[in-house]
Design a protein around this ligand. Sequence first.
Ligand SMILES: [Cu+2]
Length: 190
Amino acid sequence: MNSNAGTMESMKHTRVAKGMAMVAGAVLSVGVACAALVPTSAFKEATLPQVKAMLGKDNGKVSGNTVTYGKTANVVVAAVLPGFPFPSFEIHHVKNPTLDFPAGATVNFTFINTNKGFGHSFDVTKKGPPYAVMPQIAPILVGTGFSPVPAGGKFGYAKFTWHPAAGTYYYVCQIPGHAATGMFGKIVVK
Ligand SMILES: [Cu+2]
């Protein structure tokens, strides 16, 4: 009887998961769906030359898939640079890199949405993958919330500072379907 109940329960979950996958597919394939999400007030607008200048301010050192920072870390994150697969983050043109910070660091994040037609977010959590299609990631420790969708040659960017304790964290995009399909990376503080 218990195992029957378990089977019923898992069948129900499978149906729910299929429904969620269809919703995610619709969101991923229709850019305007993201426009319906309300951007947070943290975002300001930059032109393309301003975006390029901001991208040059990152002071990390790249080694393979890891970017390592010192005690004052200026981290400039782009959401889907031209030429990179959707959906993903880039830092120093590395896709979803692992970020290394020393304990006690002052981490100054700049997040720029360079992905025309789509909204994204850059949020930090201790919760690792896998992520659900409809993300309910909690708690979010720091982050930007939803960005506006780039339009008219203007790109949304947001800045925030973080003083992380030693540990392992993850950065994720909370737009439905994005973290579930790979828009996340790891942060190691030690
Ligand atoms: Cu995203």
